[in-house]
Design a binder for this molecule. Structure first.
Ligand SMILES: [Fe+2]
Length: 417
């Protein structure tokens, strides 16, 4: 519009000039007429001057017409040239695109025409709509119309069905195009094929699903394996049946009370559950002996943490539980076994399981004694912490906790009685 105005401004000046000359000459002729009948004199003495002005006006008008025709031809040529340049630009794009205005596609580029397999431009728009999957068609068209009305960008996904159940996928991005004076021209819509990306994403999702299923199966197998191992330990000594599960529950209660992280809680849970797994390697007659153990028998019992450690040390899934299995009979004052480690050498998770293990052992019926009361068991834990064997803070927290929730009942009441 600006260029048109610039081109037409001289034309307006031309028109004003020749119209002005004619008006002036008519005014002079009229003035001459009145001068004849009146008594005043005019500056000019003949009709030659108005005649000259009229001739000049016609000459100017003639020039103006010629120039005006040239300007219109120039504008038409410019418009044609620009349209051609735009079409060439659009056709040179490697992606499919079209323009959209007044509810229809106005210019479909060659790439999109190839995609649609059409040669007749008049059928481009209908072909494009038919080319889009029927389930996406109405939504796509509505999006275009709304975007044109609101003159805003949009981005939608559409499908093209190659054969039944086989699709190609396209991202459609549209933007309103404005001229330099801000007038809306059309929507420019690009179609970018993303079939390979979509299929890759689906393949990755399928792989992830299969991986999750495999992990779930592995996890179930792992849990079943751990359960079988714990049952194997329990089966060796009816008096300790359920001990591992109760130690796990006491440990989890204490761990939660001291705000362990989730990952620490997971290690604590598994470690507490399998802490006595090494008892599989201890002869049944020693584990179930009703009377006092000889020094030799006690030495064999004391090997179970190391046996358990050796059982799981090379299994990655148990790797983080190794310290709990190996060190759950160690004491902070260095008077525990198997290695007599002390203080900071014993991590918090191990200290928790040690307290839970001792408490459950005291409050459960054993082959060599009956079960103790909660108060008596807590008294012994208190003495152990006084002697520096157990973590005093953890014992205090555990004592407060266990007074509230009570002893976890044994699964075999006949033994506990
Ligand atoms: Fe143990």
């Amino acid at each position: 519009m600006g260029r048109i105005k610039r081109l037409l401004t001289p034309e307006l000046l031309f028109a004003s000039a020749w119209v002005g000359l004619i008006v002036a000459s008519v005014a002079m002729i009229a003035a001459s007429h009145f001068a004849v009948s009146g008594e005043f004199e005019l500056p000019w003495q003949s009709t030659a001057v108005p005649s000259i002005l009229v001739l000049a006006a016609f000459a100017l008008h003639s020039l103006h017409l010629r120039r005006y025709r040239a300007v219109l031809l120039q504008l038409a040529e410019d418009s044609k040239s620009k349209s051609k340049q735009l079409a060439e630009l659009v056709d040179s794009l490697p992606e499919c695109m079209f323009f959209f205005r007044h509810g229809v596609g106005t210019l479909v580029n060659i790439r999109l025409q190839q995609e649609l397999a059409v040669v007749d431009e008049s059928t481009n728009w209908d072909s494009l709509l038919k080319w889009i999957h029927p389930l996406d068609r109405l939504f796509f068209l509505n999006t275009l119309v709304r975007s044109e009305d609101e003159k805003r960008s949009f981005s939608v996904d559409i499908r093209h069905e190659i054969s039944e159940g086989v699709h190609r996928y396209f991202e459609c991005h549209g933007s309103p195009v404005f001229d330099h004076e801000g007038e809306f021209v059309h929507l420019a819509v690009f179609l970018v094929e993303v079939t390979e990306r979509v299929e890759n994403q689906r393949w990755i999702q399928q792989q992830n699903r299969e991986l999750e299923e495999a992990l779930h199966a592995l996890s179930e197998n792992f849990e079943a394996t751990v359960t079988a191992l714990i049952k194997a330990v329990d089966a060796k000594d009816p008096y300790t049946r359920g001990h591992s599960e109760r130690v796990k529950q006491y440990s989890m209660m204490l761990g939660e009370a001291v705000n362990l992280r989730d990952d620490q809680m997971q290690i604590l849970e598994m470690g507490a559950l399998i802490h006595d797994i090494g008892k599989i390697g201890v002869p049944d007659e020693i584990l179930t002996k009703p009377g006092a153990l000889t020094d030799e028998e006690f030495a064999i019992i004391k090997r179970h943490p190391v046996i358990g450690y050796q059982m799981i040390a090379d299994i990655p899934l148990f790797e983080k539980c190794c310290a709990i299995v190996r060190d759950h009979h160690e004491k902070l004052n260095g008077r525990g076994y198997p290695n007599g480690i002390a203080g900071d050498e014993i991590p918090t998770l191990v200290r928790i399981v040690t307290i839970a293990d001792i408490f459950d052992a005291l409050t459960s019926t054993r082959s060599y004694r009956g079960s103790m009361s909660l108060d008596k068991a807590l008294e012994i834990l208190g003495k152990e912490s006084d002697q520096g064997a157990l973590d005093r803070d953890l014992v205090n927290v555990f004592s407060e906790l266990i007074i509230k929730v009570g002893i976890i009942p044994s699964s075999d009441d006949s033994l506990a009685a």
